[in-house]
Design a protein around this ligand. Structure first.
Ligand code: S3P
Length: 173
């Protein structure tokens, strides 16, 4: 199998962490999640970082971590939903990896996020559905243009999605 990193990108609630862990286990690769790396390094949760330092500072910490994890090889990397906001993140990740976009429609994303908006600072608002809609319409093109491969996640099981990624990655030269 190709030893390029498998990098999962996509909006919040598209299953990047769950699918990344499953992929890493099956392929016997190291798993890295950029949000976990940031939390570990700063000994703070993502919510605490947003609260105490603001989104702009978080984006800088995120970029620093992306630069570091991009140097790894043969790794599965799950990323935060906002990494596409900075082209520099994409350039680094692509140097050693293939970028797989987990692409879901609004309904899938809303349904997946229903139980987990409170630990996502950007969605910690009563009208989080409008926020999802606004963020998605702003970011959609960025996700598409950043992806090497677009994986449709609608109505698919984790196993189906994982198998699809393994097949594509295994066929790469
Ligand atoms: C964000 C997504 C989150 C996390 C932060 C900001 C975003 O990661 O990085 O709350 O801007 O979309 P997940 O995509 O893993 O929820």
């Amino acid at each position: 199998m190709n030893d390029k990193n498998i990098v999962l990108i996509g909006f919040m609630g598209t299953g990047k962490t769950t699918i990344g862990k499953a992929l890493a286990k099956l392929l016997n690769r190291t798993f890295v999640d950029t949000d976990f790396c940031i939390e570990e390094k700063w000994e703070m949760s993502i919510e605490e970082i947003f609260e105490s330092r603001g989104e702009k500072a978080f984006r800088q910490l995120e970029n620093d971590i992306i630069v570091q994890v991009s140097k790894l090889e043969n790794t599965v990397i799950s990323t935060g939903g906002g990494i596409v906001l900075n082209q520099n993140n994409i350039n680094h990740l692509r140097a050693n990896g293939k970028l797989y976009l987990l692409n879901g429609d609004m309904e899938t994303i809303i349904s997946n996020l229903k139980s987990s908006t409170s630990n996502r600072p950007l969605l910690n608002t009563k009208d989080w559905i409008t926020k999802v809609r606004d963020l998605l319409s702003f970011r959609r093109d960025l996700y598409y243009s950043s992806a090497d491969f677009i994986i449709d996640i609608n109505k698919k099981s984790i196993t189906n999605i994982v198998d699809e990624i393994i097949e594509i990655h295994g066929n790469l030269q």
